[in-house]
Design a protein around this ligand. Structure first.
Ligand SMILES: *Cc1c(COP(=O)(O)O)cnc(C)c1O
Length: 432
């Protein structure tokens, strides 16, 4: 399978090159040249297949022959080591829980899959290491740290803003050791992001084989298709149309859902639910794509002013706005509305959500008014413990600490403080 750059000014590359480079040389996102729908017989018998078998069928055409089938099956088995329950919240509304992985955020699947692909591609290159460089405002860093821990031939350097991530998130980044290094930046998230971007453009660092590990990387983005297949399998016997609502920030998750639909998965409608970072809802309202600087909210993993995967969604619809609007809606919610929803879901349904899931629930409820015969599914993208400063006071409860969190919370933090780009360069220079 070949991938082209959405800026159309770079050579086509293989799956392997696209994973290693992350972004094309013209700074465009990579996109697969062909998308072939799966055999209808696959959907007829999906309930008899395991999650691993479903995932293999969904992703194999995108990997092509660059990873042998046996090895790809192994990578998938090593990625999907936890469950994805579909939990009934109220009549016609389900939560697809994506937070049962090692860092309790849905990014675990993409990070694990990408790390194992990179590890495979590096297997014969014992001396030329890859360096994954990533800036995080919270959840990405933890999932990447855990996903890449101990992967041969890959160093991971995570930049995070000092004092601006939660205690649990900081522990998830800074306590693992081995090939995972945490840099604590004196600044805000945008400063971390700027340093990372500068490093990618810095030719004196070319020998470090830098790559990114956010959803612009196809190996982090594509495995997110699996969730939609798993939910379909769980709900198929009800024989109803499905509406999915994704709490959206960089729009990687929802874009993967649209890919699943392209593969033939019967999904009636998608809702991109956002907080007040509402670039896409505004676009659907007035036809103008007008990104704004991000605003801080209680659903902070979605504080994105210019969602990087939106361009992939437009490509999936050939920039045909009519076709796009038929399948896709987007609504935005304030923190106040999110808190009211969080309380209602708990008091009425007895379900403990967290702010991102609550935003997803709100968008779903609104869209379902137009789909009287459908079942709605919102993606619950993080465990409530990850946002305990919001959830506990809002609901007046104390959450038990899950084992995954307990295991890092008492470990000792190890980080290197930096303040300037020169210090980042010096640090990268010392890695070998
Ligand atoms: C990353 C993240 C999101 C946003 O996902 P996108 O794919 O960037 O739209 C939503 N919720 C949580 C908890 C996240 O960590």
């Amino acid at each position: 399978m070949k991938y082209y750059s959405l800026n159309h000014n770079a050579p086509k590359v293989s799956f392997k090159e696209a994973v290693i480079q992350g972004l094309a040389s013209d700074k465009g996102l990579y996109f697969p040249e062909n998308i072939t729908a799966l055999d209808p017989a696959f959907f007829d018998k999906i309930e008899s297949l395991s999650h691993k078998e479903i995932a293999f069928e969904a992703i194999k055409q995108f990997v092509g022959d660059e990873i042998p089938a046996d090895k790809l099956k192994e990578i998938i088995a090593d990625t999907l080591v936890f469950d994805f329950p579909v939990v009934k919240v109220e009549d016609g509304i389900y939560s697809l829980e994506l937070f049962h992985g090692p860092t309790m955020a849905f990014k675990d699947v993409g990070a694990r899959f990408m790390s194992r692909c990179l590890g495979y591609f590096n297997k014969d290159k014992k001396d030329a290491k890859n360096t994954v460089l990533v800036a995080t405002s919270g959840d990405t860093g933890g999932a990447v740290a855990s996903g890449f821990l101990g992967v041969d031939g890959v160093d991971v350097v995570i930049l995070y803003p000092s004092g601006k991530v939660s205690d649990i998130q900081e522990k998830q980044l800074t306590t693992l050791g081995q090939n995972i290094k945490a840099l604590e930046v004196d600044g805000v998230f945008d400063d971390c992001q700027d340093m990372v971007k500068k490093a990618f453009l810095d030719e004196t660092l070319a020998h470090k084989n830098l790559t990114s590990a956010n959803s612009i990387n196809i190996a982090r983005w594509l495995p997110q298709m699996f969730y939609f297949f798993f939910a379909y399998k769980a709900l198929k016997s009800q024989n109803k149309s499905l509406v999915f609502s994704c709490p959206s920030g960089n729009f990687g998750n929802i874009c993967a859902g649209i890919m699943a639909k392209k593969l033939g998965l019967p999904i009636e409608h998608f809702v991109a639910s956002t907080n007040v970072n509402d670039t896409v809802p505004r676009f659907l309202e007035n036809g103008k794509y007008d990104p704004k600087p991000s605003k801080a909210t209680i659903s902070n993993a979605m504080d994105v002013g210019n969602p990087s995967n939106f361009i992939r969604i437009q490509e999936l619809y050939n920039n045909d706005l009519k076709a796009f609007e038929k399948d896709f809606s987007s609504y935005s919610y304030t923190d106040e509305e999110t808190l009211v929803a969080l309380k209602n879901i708990y008091n009425t349904d007895g379900y403990i959500a967290e702010p991102h899931g609550a935003v997803g629930y709100l968008g779903l409820k609104k869209e379902l008014e137009k789909h009287s015969n459908a079942i709605g599914i919102f993606l619950e993208t993080a465990h409530p413990i990850k946002f305990l400063d919001v959830v506990e006071p809002a609901l007046g409860i104390t959450l038990p600490i899950p084992a995954q969190i307990e295991s890092v919370i008492n470990e000792e933090k190890v980080s290197v403080k930096i303040g300037t780009y020169e210090e980042l360069k010096e640090f990268l220079g010392q890695l070998n």
